[in-house]
Design a binder for this molecule. Sequence first.
Ligand SMILES: [Zn+2]
Length: 136
Amino acid sequence: MLTGREGVTVPLSADAADRARRILAEIVALGPALPGTILARSMRCRSPGCHCHADPPHLHGPYWFWTRKVEAKTVSQVLSAEQVDEYRTWSDTDRRLRALVRELEQIAIAAVEADLRSPHRPPSGLRPADPPVQNP
Ligand SMILES: [Zn+2]
């Protein structure tokens, strides 16, 4: 069963319910999940005579960053060498968490699509009202 906030339940196959339980158990066992990206970047400075402006350039770094979006802007934080491995692990955990959430969503989508209680299409010739009626 898939029970929503309103107490409405959609039948889940035993198989799907099993998979959902396994996914939830894995999510419970996950550690910190860090969104964003861990990346190394070589840098150029502002001093025109520096080797980083030579041909071929000899850049500064690489430096490690954790970057993420905050209100549509990219925010970066410099990481020390000892932070990189730990942050990568947390970042991998975040990727796994998102994959597990997508799997849970797929289970719900499949259950709703197969829900035999869904009404058939409205009679032909009817068109959707514009704007949509919120509480018919
Ligand atoms: Zn430089």
